[in-house]
Design a protein around this ligand. Structure first.
Ligand code: AHR
Length: 657
């Protein structure tokens, strides 16, 4: 039995310990340090890892127009033999014609025995078919000789089971478009499309296409709904497109040319995807760009999500990690003209040539593009010389257009120093910085922007992601340590909202089988998709962006790792809330309290927590919600404070009284 004195001593000791453990975050809400730009958290989209073809673009037929370098890649004829007359089946031949067209191939199918011949498309690592869903089939065909009467289309699922079928009567000798629908009776992740024939003879075929009917916004032949939904749920402030290195191309000839990606789908010239051959350890020989998602679709997607469109264009330099080919300065004009024409395409009146193209595609209203990027990840004096020509030409014609320039691929070192210095001298408006670094680097660099010149160029943290092993290592994972470290770093981006005005994780998406680069924000297979823990970090920051930056300190110092804590505070004048983001990178609980100066807040709050016990934890196709934010209502007690779980990202929302 303890004496009363002993109990008093024990109680005093406990209370004393408790207070000693509480860390006070002092918020000065008396003034707004800076406006948080609506563009603060956005999306970087590049067709890498099957993000567009085989991913967001819902087309299921790979090589639908027979334009790949191997024109029958993706197609199989199990009963045909190139070295035989195929009297018991038939065979496909590629016809390559000349002329002004952009796509020059079609497929001539000779059927000698309609019981023996079939041609199969294998899709993008198969086709994802959902039971009861409807699929829109279309193709172009011309009967050239003989009498092929009917074409039969069959979706074949697991164990070679038929899961949908339809037949189409072909009746024209000239090219004609045919359409039909298939309804699936079962789900299959890796279905194939088999085509068989009634009658014998020759038939020419092109643009054989299959889309789910249920696409994003129900647009015919549009985008995969689940994937766009994940993007829209992030409430992105901008959409950067189309990349990435894909903008530059391995050679100048293979660069991304936006003019070739607009207008009728069948006229968009197919181009090999630069990620096709980039990594010896992840070769993807069947990766091409159909441009089914081209610049019109990117602008439309940005508009759908309420995001600012941010196109990035080639500045006449091929990827410097590859050939680094340069356009001579005296031949730069067509590249500059592409930029000027793009502005006209996006914003010009329908009476202008490029405004008319946009209007003919169904969007007479301008897209109100405000930003344009010159070059992706270029470095050195060659870039600066080209950037100057672009920026002078753009500003001359469009003085209000905001130009995004780049500081190269690394966050430090001589390329970076040189680029930053040169761009500052040229009064660059927004400079894009890229960092693919270790999780530790992200935690150590939460103060990266604290000393940036407030009167200098604004910063676009355009590509970043913590690499669990090493840059571009195929072993990198989207694990909790990476996500949590990015969150710690992002409090530093937010604390410097005066300077940092756009930010985006990269790359955005990856097919679980068709990827080349990891880590990625969103992973998907043919049927389903999930957000990584990194995705939920991005989403938490973006959907709790606030409007005004407030000062927050521990013992008068910015919070960049004291007691393993990282924090930023914003006010949201629209919801009348104070929003605190605190990351606890400690393996143990941390207890905090708030001291509010210049504002009175309610002592109840919403606490959103993203947490996992193990730093190596991940989300996956089978456990997509292993790490997701959870929300609870709490009371903040001045004496006890609030507990932060070990390894946790926390968002507190408190109503302003
Ligand atoms: O995000 C993957 C690549 O990383 C981008 O294409 C490029 O800009 C960077 O090097």
């Amino acid at each position: 039995m303890k004496t009363l004195k002993q109990i008093y001593i024990l109680a005093f000791f406990c209370v004393g310990i408790n207070y000693a453990q509480i860390t006070t975050l002092e918020v000065d809400a008396s003034q707004s340090i800076a406006k948080i730009q609506p563009t603060m958290y956005g999306i970087f989209f590049e067709d890498i890892n099957f993000a567009a073809d085989g991913g967001l673009y819902a087309e299921m037929i790979k090589n639908r127009s027979f334009e790949f370098d191997e024109p029958l890649m993706g197609w199989e004829q199990p009963n045909s033999d190139r070295h035989s007359y195929n009297n018991n089946s038939g065979i496909a031949t590629i016809i390559k014609y000349s002329g002004d067209q952009t796509n020059h191939n079609y497929c001539r199918i000779t059927v000698k025995d309609d019981q023996g011949y079939k041609i199969i498309n294998k899709g993008f690592r198969g086709m994802g078919i959902h039971a009861k869903a409807v699929y829109n089939l279309s193709f172009l065909a011309a009967k050239t000789s003989g009498n092929i009467k009917e074409l039969h289309f069959k979706l074949v699922g697991k164990d070679k089971k038929e899961i949908a079928s339809t037949s189409v009567v072909v009746d024209a000798n000239d090219w004609k478009k045919y359409e039909a629908q298939l309804t699936a009776t079962a789900t299959a992740e890796k279905a194939t499309l088999e085509i068989t024939f009634s009658g014998t003879g020759e038939i020419d075929m092109d643009m054989i296409s299959l889309f789910p009917e249920d696409t994003w916004k129900q647009r015919k032949n549009g985008m995969r709904k689940d994937l766009v939904q994940l993007l829209a749920d992030m409430d992105p402030g901008f959409l950067r497109f189309p990349g990435g290195c894909i903008v530059e191309g391995r050679t100048l000839a293979k660069r991304y040319q936006w003019k070739k990606t607009v207008g009728p789908i069948e006229d968009r010239e197919i181009l090999v995807n630069r990620w096709n051959t980039e990594f010896g350890h992840r070769p993807t020989p069947d990766y091409y760009q159909s441009f089914g998602i081209g610049f019109f679709e990117y602008f439309q997607l940005a508009e759908d999500m309420g995001a600012e469109p941010l196109p990035i264009l080639s500045c006449g330099m091929a990827c410097q990690f590859n050939t680094g080919e340069l356009v001579p300065m005296e031949e730069l004009d067509p590249y500059v003209q592409d930029a000027l024409d793009l502005i006209e395409f996006a914003n010009g009146d329908v009476s202008t040539p490029w405004g008319k193209v946009r209007s003919d595609m169904g969007h007479p209203e301008p897209f109100n593009m405000k930003y344009i990027g010159v070059g992706n990840e270029q470095w050195g004096p060659d870039y600066i010389a080209r950037y100057k020509v672009f920026s002078e030409a753009i500003k001359k014609q469009y003085p209000n257009m905001i130009i995004v320039s780049g500081s190269g691929p690394f966050p430090d070192g001589d390329y970076f120093e040189y680029g930053m210095e040169a761009l500052k001298k040229l009064n660059a408006e927004i400079i894009d910085e890229h960092y693919y670094r270790s999780p530790q680097w992200f935690r150590d660099n939460a103060d990266r922007y604290d000393d940036y010149d407030r009167n200098g160029p604004k910063i676009f943290a355009g590509e970043y992601a913590a690499q669990s092993v090493a840059i571009a290592s195929p072993k990198n994972e989207n694990n909790w340590e990476c996500a949590m470290s990015e969150a710690a770093f992002m409090t530093g981006l937010e604390r410097n909202a005066e300077v940092v005005q756009l930010t985006s994780y990269a790359p955005l998406m990856a097919h679980t089988e068709g990827w080349q680069w990891t880590p990625d924000l969103i992973w998907f297979n043919n049927l389903t998709s999930y957000g990584t823990p990194n995705y939920y970090v991005q989403k938490l920051f973006a959907t709790n962006r606030g409007t005004d930056l407030m000062k927050v300190t521990i013992d008068g110092k910015k919070i960049i790792g004291q007691k393993s804590l990282y924090a930023s505070v914003v006010k949201d004048t629209e919801t009348n809330e104070m929003i605190v983001k605190v990351v606890n990178t400690l393996s143990e609980k941390n207890t905090i309290n708030f001291k509010w100066n210049g504002v009175s807040v309610a002592n109840n709050a919403t606490q959103i927590v993203l947490v996992s016990e193990e730093l190596s934890d991940v989300n996956s196709i089978s456990k997509p919600k292993n790490i997701i934010p959870k929300s609870k209502e709490i009371k903040i007690d001045a004496k006890d404070g609030v507990q932060l779980a070990p390894y946790s990202v926390n968002v507190f929302k408190l109503k302003i009284n």
